[in-house]
Design a protein around this ligand. Structure first.
Ligand SMILES: Nc1nc2c(ncn2[C@@H]2O[C@H](COP(=O)(O)OP(=O)(O)OP(=O)(O)O)[C@@H](O)[C@H]2O)c(=O)[nH]1
Ligand SMILES: [Mg+2]
Ligand SMILES: [Zn+2]
Length: 304
């Protein structure tokens, strides 16, 4: 029988049968799923699996295999030195951010955009907490994302502004919320599906940081249609498996300069006759995006 993984904890996975209302608590049959060798987690919310129901134990079952993923959103888990999938089989990756508390982190967004493209998912940037002060720097960065062709939606889970629009984007599809801790992912989910009540917590006043309230990814079926995967806030969104010369392809603003640098294998960092560096000088490329490019490049080269 096929089912969707809702969440997993301590190697026990809650799986909702495709045509059923009640999830089964499942373990993986055997020691490991053959598709997940080397991964931090064998399964993520949104994964489609084959299960065998345990006829002796009500509500229990075994996971036999995992279907190939249509797409996924993942990051590099530094501690365990392996890729960690946060959600699978998505129609949209929603990167939630906030303008002030916690502070706006465009570098996180840049990484989320790259990781979603890498995994084959369309991204949407959501600026939540628009009831807070929005700095000119923040507006400038968000306008730049729009100029680059990324969608940006503004909302406030506090006042409800923009939430209707967000609901419409859901429209029967499967979406995942990602973002730093404290930006309001679970609060938005609770507004969209009040019967859920995911735990939320105030941002620490002292550090202006979230408290990592959500501790594992979970898929929630929305009564009005669609599915939302709420993920825990991650401090770092590390990228992996991207070649040095491949990174530029994730920066749409570099595209018009491809093939116009002096060297065909230009990394756009220090090479003479580099048209990306020239465009940067002329203000055609946002300095902050370029800074992200440099930092990610450094990390891809050195980190693992
Ligand atoms: N002012 C304001 N506060 C908000 C808004 N949305 C959420 N909050 C508050 O922000 C705090 C953090 O919200 P959470 O929903 O727990 O954040 P989260 O992104 O789920 O955080 P993690 O689970 O730790 O990743 C809570 O105190 C919310 O009430 C908003 O639009 N405006
Ligand atoms: Mg949360
Ligand atoms: Zn160049």
């Amino acid at each position: 029988m096929k089912g969707t993984v809702l969440f997993g904890m301590n190697n026990i996975f809650n799986v909702l049968p495709i045509n059923g209302d009640d999830p089964y608590e499942c373990r993986i049959k055997g020691k490991i799923l053959k598709d997940s060798i080397g991964a931090y987690n064998p399964l993520a919310p949104g994964d489609i699996v084959d299960i065998e129901i345990d006829s002796h134990n009500e509500g229990k079952g075994m996971i036999l295999s995992r279907d190939e993923r249509k797409n996924y959103f993942s990051r590099w888990n530094k501690k365990r030195k392996s890729p960690q999938t946060l959600a699978a089989n998505l129609d949209l990756l929603i990167c939630v951010s906030s303008p002030e508390i916690p502070p706006f982190r465009p570098r996180f967004i840049d990484r989320a955009l790259i990781s979603s493209e890498r995994g084959g998912v369309k991204p949407l940037i959501v600026m939540n907490k628009i009831d807070q002060k929005i700095d000119a720097m923040v507006t400038d960065r968000l306008n730049d994302y729009e100029k680059l062709g990324f969608e940006v939606l503004y909302c406030s889970a506090e006042t409800g502004k923009g939430i209707e629009e967000l609901k419409q984007r859901l429209d029967g599809s499967t979406v995942a919320f990602v973002g730093q801790s404290g930006v309001g992912k679970s609060t938005i989910l609770n507004l969209i599906e009040p019967k859920i009540m995911q735990k939320t917590a105030e941002v620490s006043q002292k550090y202006s940081r979230g408290k990592h309230t959500t501790c594992y990814s979970i898929l929630v079926d929305i009564s009005e249609g669609g599915k939302i995967i709420d993920t825990p806030g991650v401090r770092e969104l590390l990228l992996y498996d991207i070649e040095e010369l491949e990174l530029q392809e994730y920066f749409p603003e570099f595209e018009e300069f491809f093939g116009t640098c002096n060297f065909s294998s230009c990394t756009h960092i220090h090479e003479p006759g580099c048209s990306v560096l020239e465009a940067l000088k002329q203000g055609k490329i946002h300095i902050d995006r370029y800074e992200s490019y440099i930092r990610i490049m450094d990390e891809l080269k050195n980190d693992k």
